[in-house]
Design a protein. Sequence first.
Lengths: 829, 322
Amino acid sequence: MLRLFAVFNARIFFQKGRILLSVAAIALGVALGFAVHLINRAAVNELAAGVRTLAGEADLEVRGGRSGFPEQLYAQLARLPGVAVASPVLEVEAGILGGTRTIRLIGVDPLRAGLMQPVLFADAPDRRLELLRPDVVLLSAAAAEVLGKGTIEKLSVVSALAAVDLDVVGVLPASSLRGVAALTDISTAQWRLGRLGELNRVDLRLEPGIDREAMQRTIAELLPPGTYVSSLDAVEESGANLSRAYRVNLNVLALVALFTGGFLVFSAQALEVARRRQEHALLRVLGLERGGVMRLVLVEASALGLLGGVLGIALGYGIAVAAASAGGADLGAGFFRGIAPQVEFPVAGSVAFLLGGIAVALAGALLPALDAARAAPAQALKAGDEQRMFGRVVTVWPGVLCIFLALALLPLKPLHGIPVAGYAAIALLLLGGIFLMPLVSELTLGKIKTNRNIPCTLALSQLRGAPGQAMVSLAAIVASFSLMVAMAIMVASFRSSVDDWLGAVLPAELYFRTTHAGETAWLDPALEAQVRALPQVERAVFLRSTRITLDPARPAVALIARDGAGQHFPLVGKSYQRKSDDPPAAWISEAVADIYGFAVGSRMEVPISGKKQSFVVAGIWRDYARQHGAIMVERSTYAALSGDRRANDAALWLKPGASVAAATQALRALPGGGLLEISGPGEIRSASLAIFDRSFAVTYALEAVAVIVGLFGLSSSVGAIVLARRREFGVLRHLGMTRRQIGAMLAAEGGLLAVLGVAAGLVLGGAISLILIHVVNRQSFNWSMDLHPPFGLLLGLSLLLIILSSFTAFLSGREATGIGPVRAVREDW
Amino acid sequence: MNRRRFLAAGLAFPIVTPGHRFDFPRDHGAHQDYRQEWWYVTGWLKTARGEDLGFQVTFFRTRPALENSNPSTFTPRQVILAHAALSEPRHGRLRHDERAARTALGLAGSREGTTKVWVDDWSLELGADGYETRIRARDFTLELKFDSKSAPTLQGQSGFSRKGNGPGEASYYYSRPQLAVRGTANGQPVTGTAWLDHEWSSQYMAAGATGWDWCGINLDDGGALMAFRMRDKESKTAFAPPGVSFEVLREWKSPRTGTNYPVAMMVNNELRLEPLMDDQELDARASTGTIYWEGAVRAFRGDRQVGRGYLELTGYWRPMKL
């Protein structure tokens, strides 16, 4: 081993540049993966800690949907034998007046909550009694910071279409209440938010020795439909589930950089092994075993992996800490908004990423190591033998096998909501494609007729003669370019599908809503009548949205009650003609259809106001706005079933000749009109697309890094191949070729190689994008989308890659031929 | 800001004045307009094995000084608090627990007309054959019945008990000493003698008062002695009924709070009170927000034990706020 290291150390100083590049690629891949992992982990931990602080010593939690349950249920639960403490809660996301921010307003009975969550009042027990006063709140530390530290005396939130002023009587330490939240008395919450008689949560602590599961079953039988009892562990877990698909996707994306880094290691090591063929042969002759050569290469690679991994862990930690302190834990999708997490350094996680870096380096070096070991020492000692290595076409079957496996994985179902099979299929497709590259290049290059242009002919025959070399230098290019193409196609398809969808769901001329944040604002029927009576308004469609729970282990689903529910939204697939004996119609979003397994024409039960109501699924619609699903029903049906005649949003069609400005002015003049948010479809559309772009910003950034790593790979491998052929150029010079002609030959070679890589990347990337669209995205987010390849962007990227490749080859050629033909040939000895 | 709201609230609490004519059983019940009210039962129990135990069961009713037009069921118009404690020398320190709840949805409440006050599964009730209390605390249970044959003893001037020199600084107050107790403590049968106080007021403490000392002693000869004084922040007597005096004989320092309590006292220069055990400190921060000492005591005249009862020491940890 020691001897191996001595040899290795000598090499390190020799080929610094390429080693640095491999190390950098691995470091970058590990860093991105580790940083994303750390930030997500911190956010999820923070979320769970929030649940835990709020739940305190509760064993079970009874939760209703957004509309909650009658308060009598609390008394019933409190009286159950075996229940030690029951603490009633009315918790809502309240819109803060004059902005788009929200605050979690938690109405509690401080006398009960003090028993359940001693930490709430740990520092000042008197606050419990202070909180009994009407219209007062205690802010969380995070809320005080957001609202303006020290200066805040009042918290104004929007309820219905009016402001409610609450006196701030104190700030709770971060250890008592997490997130942007405020604590108030349950009576204040019920009255001021128009929720008299309602609660939406009861925390329960059981007496010691009570069987929790038996108790859970007993309680479940008491609960109205739509209200569920769950253990605290389950509540914590469902909080993490909410964002899991998103987090996994981001992690995978971050690992793409590492994956491309692996191909870079492969290219670098393959060329290195070729360059050092004689050296390895010499070691063999001097007594090193066949396995020894292989170990030598692998030890070198794992050292690169280790170095890259350590650097990557340090860099990743730095990125995570910087990102968390700069922008919080939200990486764009809004799951972790308002969370200020503490980034920890997990030992197990960092070891895993370190090992990942080493594994990638080893995997990249495996084939070159095998090759090095396989060479016969006597042959390899001869000059020019390294070309033999590239002359052998690698067998076709591994590639075919990979592609078959990939296809076989596609129909598989997601594992715990994660499209594991989809990701594996993408990796296999990529590998298979790269394995098949030599064959593809042979077939393609064989078809090209040689002409009288000497540099071109030479370039062609070089590529034909060494298909293995083509595979080596193409691996990194094809890997990174096809992923780039796939992501570009997927994101473009997604974006234009969202754009089309926005067009379809925004048919009216004017929209208005209560404050667009929070759950506390609504439009009352009186206002609705006034709006309909406005002289400018031809037709108005009102919409009420609420949230219901269909399955306690899953996030709540939006229930949307709309005037004319069947019209004006993008149905996918066939629709069902309701028969006369059918229950009322419901239109479900793709997520509801996928997650809960409803099909068009099937019956479903929806909990509305504590009763199970039957609906027939009349159609499935596309909804990019609510990831956890939405159910749309006719508003009159909903109002009859629930008695809820409030609304949240409205769409207006104006009378001919009425201007948008005049209608806006008329709306503003209505009582409470000042609190309405009024916008045209154009504004909503651009705001929505801006949100879309923001949530993909991290995706773009990670993708860009993968591309840069791929480009590094391209230039480094082209450069290395060219430098390795200095003797050949010397011979060509002796045969009368000029440096310019050699340069042209190399540029042609580089160009041809890049054309091949680009073509393969486009095909592979196209196939991967289909997997991303139809498997990964569908299974992760339950969104379908139409294919919209960004042809212009793809063409530009392709050209860029081809030009860059030719140019690198040309530049390397100039350098390689700079030493003069005589010296170049002399190296042959 | 807070203060103005309080003043503007203008809740009318009835003022305690002399000359109230007590009317039982109506006055056993709650007087919900008054700011505070309590039913306070303390006593000594004997187990079948002959061990002495002290117990305390207290229900407080308070009407927060908050004007509130909120129609919510949860609006805190009345709050019921309860403390219960069991002194067992073998255990070394007081076992105690507490409850607090607003009177919403019937989970806590008090009745007018007769004694009935409850919070969750803790209750005190006056029935045809006496009082009955049920306490299920964290680490003990009490189920006790109290015989109420003797007539209530009106304290002060016919039940008007002055607590300070200002107008209204007083309470309506009667006691029921020498109640015969039977029932169970922790499921074990017990018998004993108890003392019940029922007191209601709108201004219990004078402005300068920080706490009080109180004792209620069932004398072995069938008599009873109740004494109290209000203290100021120098721990001097701020107010005491004529002839009442407390003299500190011995202090005990709580290892938990560092508070010094005068656990042995000479009352009215005639009765020496010695605690059943020193550590009878009660942490009621989760309900009434205070920590006080409330303990079973023996009463001696000279060296001879002449009675047993309870001593209450409030405002030693921090000034008492009601």
